[in-house]
Design a protein around this ligand. Structure first.
Ligand code: HEC
Ligand code: HEC
Ligand code: HEC
Ligand code: HEC
Ligand code: HEC
Length: 473
């Protein structure tokens, strides 16, 4: 059963490509032992103010390094060191897999991520015959380790960076657009990607494997007091604690399941939820790899990949009535219906944090939490290779009001959904501008703290299946 699932998740296409390849050389092999040699650091962020108002861009410059904690924190020369150069398969074959190092810029961590305007400030649909375009993507700069990908720091180019050795900078002009209740005040940058296992002791056993280095993030203000030092403390509310996730996601057995470490997207995005939420935001769906196909799951309606719904649905395989399926890279079919949570699912504290006695899972939601998109309005159900049109304007998205989105990601029965609309004032087919205006969720009046059907009480949080028994079975 687990094997079938794994193949399913890899996807027929990728599985075929891997057939003739020795295990140690597979593109998805991961060299966890070599992670210890690498640390991504964001050293400073500057913001050139909006000089072409109105609607002008902000030039965000990011200064960064990759250091080696086993070598006194010395910085790697990412332009020539072996782990950043080696390509698989080795020459003369044409390489498709190589080291990756990417900068992401997203907004707004002070309310909820939405990244509106990242593709174009006019919010025109993105037309392409190629798959891969997402509706609410971060701005990305790829291949920072190549000659053109980033520049070496000089004192003038990198204010505030004391040691310039093997420090680099990269910049992009972004034009963030406010969306829903939020205005854009803050942004987040991330350095993510994976070197290739080459030239290190550990690499003798796992040549060419990806090294899933922990992603790094930093937050900044678009209107900082000092534009030469725009970094600020993380302004986003904390909802879950990755240490709790890692209690299971340690690569070891939990119950009947070996739970993989939190390394997703080909080893590029690792062990840092602050990077996941930049893309897994309320406006994001799995539209990038959907197209017309014999398998109706691929041509079918989009699946939200909003973190506040996706993570619940993945773990609720044993509770949901309908399978939770995400179409991933290469149109792989990721069906999570066989996932069995190796702890008590209703104990929200398996993942959530408490602040001053109130759980982040309790109602009401923070007012800035956006509704979850279930249809972006994109045209994707067309044959592979023909023009697709990805709608990047969230204002016309079909949304589920936010509390109903959260609760229905586990409680997916039709009658419970109709309870949410009839008793609770929720909608599964609305727009962001209607939420809080004509669509007013009343859930907290019965499920709020101290109420008759208090979320904490009905899930018996703290009574049994506490977080400490998350992995003792
Ligand atoms: C009690 C154990 C447990 C906890 C706690 C837990 N998970 Fe999981 N998670 C699992 C299991 C089991 C799977 C399914 C693994 C499989 O079948 O390959 C899974 C799967 C996943 C997947 C899908 C992985 C993939 O390869 O597609 C993601 C993403 C994920 N979890 C994220 C999280 C996050 C984020 C947290 C914390 C907020 C968390 N998990 C907490 C047990 C847990
Ligand atoms: C740069 C944007 C981006 C980042 C960062 C990102 N994701 Fe994703 N993720 C997506 C998109 C878009 C999809 C929808 C499928 C696709 O297009 O690949 C997705 C799909 C997924 C899926 C569904 C299965 C699959 O593999 O496609 C899982 C699970 C997942 N992401 C987990 C994570 C976790 C956990 C993190 C953080 C460690 C993360 N993602 C970081 C954009 C991102
Ligand atoms: C497997 C881990 C996991 C479990 C178990 C879990 N959650 Fe969550 N929950 C998440 C993640 C991940 C998010 C999104 C985190 C983020 O946006 O930073 C989330 C978000 C939420 C939010 C939105 C909070 C906000 O401020 O955006 C609510 C409400 C919520 N969960 C309720 C619950 C309830 C109720 C339970 C228990 C019945 C529960 N969750 C169990 C992982 C989990
Ligand atoms: C992570 C999955 C998950 C999320 C998210 C979640 N629940 Fe639950 N909920 C459960 C489970 C599991 C039970 C126990 C059901 C059982 O034992 O049959 C439960 C039970 C309940 C019950 C008691 C009803 C009964 O049949 O026992 C209520 C009421 C409830 N949930 C409301 C909510 C509300 C409101 C939200 C959103 C704020 C929510 N739940 C979010 C998993 C979840
Ligand atoms: C007028 C009070 C009231 C309001 C408002 C209300 N609920 Fe409920 N809800 C209840 C009661 C009563 C139950 C049944 C609890 C039980 O079986 O123990 C329930 C049950 C539930 C369940 C669990 C159903 C099951 O059997 O699995 C969920 C999930 C839920 N409500 C979500 C919501 C959401 C989301 C909203 C807002 C959109 C909402 N409710 C608004 C009173 C309310």
């Amino acid at each position: 059963m687990r094997v079938a699932t794994t193949l399913n998740r890899i996807g027929a296409c990728a599985a075929l490509l891997l057939l003739g390849v020795p295990t140690a050389q597979r593109a998805d092999a991961q060299a966890w032992d070599a992670v210890k040699y690498f640390k991504y650091n964001i050293e400073n962020v500057t913001v050139a103010p909006d000089v072409v108002a109105p609607g002008g861009g902000y030039t965000v410059r990011v200064m960064f390094s990759v250091t080696d904690p086993t070598n006194g924190g010395a910085a790697w020369d990412i332009k020539s060191a072996a782990p950043f150069q080696y390509r698989y398969p080795p020459p003369p074959e044409t390489a498709t897999i190589s080291a990756r190092l990417t900068l992401n810029i997203g907004w707004d961590p002070s309310s909820d991520f939405f990244n509106t305007g990242s593709a174009n400030a006019a919010l025109n649909a993105v037309q392409s015959t190629l798959p891969g375009t997402a509706a609410a993507m971060v701005v990305q700069v790829n291949n920072l380790h190549t000659a053109a990908g980033s520049q070496p720091c000089t004192a003038a180019a990198c204010p505030g960076v004391a040691d310039l050795t093997n420090r680099y900078w990269v910049e992009r002009t972004v034009t963030p657009v406010p969306f829903g209740r939020a205005t854009v005040t803050h942004g987040r940058v991330a350095i993510e990607g994976r070197p290739v296992c080459n030239g290190l002791v550990e690499c003798a056993v796992t040549p060419n494997a990806n090294i899933p280095v922990t992603s790094a993030t930093a937050d900044f203000a678009f209107h900082p007091a000092n534009p030469q030092a725009a970094m600020v403390a993380n302004p986003r509310r904390q909802v879950v604690d990755i240490a709790k996730c890692m209690g299971c996601h340690d690569g070891g057995p939990h119950g009947d399941t070996t739970v993989p470490r939190l390394s997703l997207h080909g080893g590029n995005r690792n062990q840092n939820l602050d990077v996941c939420v930049m893309c897994h935001n309320a406006n994001q769906t799995d539209v990038p790899y959907r197209y017309f196909a014999a398998d109706p799951r691929i041509s079918g309606p989009e699946t939200a990949v909003d973190f506040k719904t996706m993570v619940h649905s993945i773990h609720a395989g044993g509770f949901r009535e309908t399978p939770f399926v995400v179409i991933g890279r290469g149109s792989s079919i990721n069906d999570y219906s066989d996932v069995r949570f190796p702890s008590t699912l209703r104990n929200c504290l398996n993942c959530h944090v408490e602040n001053g006695g109130k759980g982040s899972y309790e109602l009401p939601l923070n007012a800035s939490v956006l509704g979850t998109t279930t249809a972006t309005g994109s045209v994707y159900n067309v044959p592979s290779g023909t023009m697709r049109s990805i709608d990047v304007n969230p204002a016309n998205d079909v949304k589920t009001s936010p509390t109903a989105a959260v609760c229905s990601s586990c409680h997916d029965k039709a009658e419970v959904r109709s309870h949410m609309t009839r008793r609770g004032g929720a909608s599964f087919s609305t727009t962001q501008s209607a939420i809080g205006v004509t669509v007013r969720e009343r859930c907290a009046s019965c499920h709020g703290p101290g109420k008759d059907k208090d979320v904490k009480k009905v899930h018996e949080v703290g009574r049994s299946g506490t977080s400490s028994d998350a992995h003792d079975d």
